[in-house]
Design a protein around this ligand. Structure first.
Ligand code: ADE
Length: 318
């Protein structure tokens, strides 16, 4: 499947996040030399930056297996036991959205992470007692967004904690060029850079835009994706020159039209727009903050002057 091969398999194929790659390469080599499992890894950052890809690469570089799940999918102790049961010594257990795990499961993970055992309550009422199950040594890789707060005890059990950052335009252009090769599509440098500039610093967005642009190029009988077809396609997709889409603009316009630019709270905003608070907190706000279109104040979020200018709305104080 094309989708799968879009994801690099090895650390040296992974573009960007240079500091993280350097450190992780050392930790992997050291753990392998000691014949130990890698310490538990927590990856923080906005969605679409390659946390899952990196977790898979870590398992590949360690030459171990990987089991993948998400926080909300682990509902009962039995779900966690089933996952842990399948692990071979040294394997990676990847839990995406780890901040959405039920509290009871989180507490079971503490001993699993620290000392590789879990206690399971067997029997009921007067006969209820814990039975201890030993586990093979394993590496937990957790992924969460910046907004997804982890409890202090869980966070403390990760020996390696890394923040993923938005990618530069140059890095995204490299990813786009690589992905075009995977699709057997030709793209020139200007075309790749233009998609990159409008991808909100996010490889997942870059790859999605590339796919759509490729459709437009194909139907227009363009042998190569160039600046012209990129501009045309992205105009059709309502992705503006800063990479903002309809939802981003709706957030800014709601803040401006209903709240005179703010301050406004995230929940209020979400209710007005008809999006989940979490979607705004994880996917929309971080990028608008990054490009300086909104700012956080003690009383809520505010639209900045640059956002008014970008939207061609005149700024009037009341
Ligand atoms: N595809 C998605 N993220 C990537 C990355 N960081 N490097 C290479 N290809 C990618």
């Amino acid at each position: 499947e094309a989708e799968l091969s879009l994801r690099p398999k090895r650390l040296n194929q992974y573009i960007g996040q240079e500091k993280i790659k350097q450190k992780v390469a050392i930790y992997i080599e050291a753990a392998k030399n000691r014949l130990e499992s890698l310490d538990h890894v927590l990856l923080y950052g906005p969605p679409g930056l390659g946390k899952t890809t990196l977790a898979t690469i870590i398992a590949n570089e360690l030459e171990v297996g990987i089991k993948t799940t998400t926080g909300p999918a682990i509902e009962r102790p039995g779900d966690l036991v089933a996952l842990l049961n399948e692990l071979q010594p040294g394997d990676v257990l990847f839990i995406d959205e780890i901040h959405r795990m039920p509290k009871s499961i989180e507490e079971m993970l503490y001993s699993a992470m620290e000392d590789f055992y879990i206690d399971i309550i067997v029997g009921q009422d007067a006969t209820a007692h814990p039975v201890r199950f030993p586990l093979p040594p394993f590496t937990l890789i957790g992924a969460t967004t910046k907004a997804g707060m982890l409890s202090a005890p869980l966070r403390a059990r990760f020996g390696i904690v890394e923040h993923m950052n938005y990618y530069t335009t140059k890095e995204l252009a490299q990813i786009i060029t690589r992905s075009a090769e995977v699709f057997s599509t030709s793209i020139n440098e200007q075309g790749a850079l233009e998609i990159a500039r409008r991808s909100r610093g996010t490889p997942r967005v870059a790859n999605r835009l590339l796919k759509r642009v490729r459709d437009f190029a194909q139907v227009a009988n363009k042998p190569e994706i160039d600046l012209e077809i990129v501009k045309y396609a992205l105009e059709m997709l309502h992705v503006d020159d800063q990479g903002l889409d309809e939802t981003d603009r709706k957030v800014l316009l709601t803040m401006i039209e209903l709240y005179n630019g703010g301050p406004v709270g995230l929940n209020t905003l979400a209710a007005n727009i008809g999006e989940e608070t979490e979607t705004i907190a994880d996917m929309i706000e971080p990028y608008l903050l990054q490009i300086g279109f909104i700012k956080r104040t003690a009383r809520g979020r505010m639209v900045t002057l640059s956002a008014y200018e970008h939207l061609h709305i005149s700024y009037e104080k009341n």
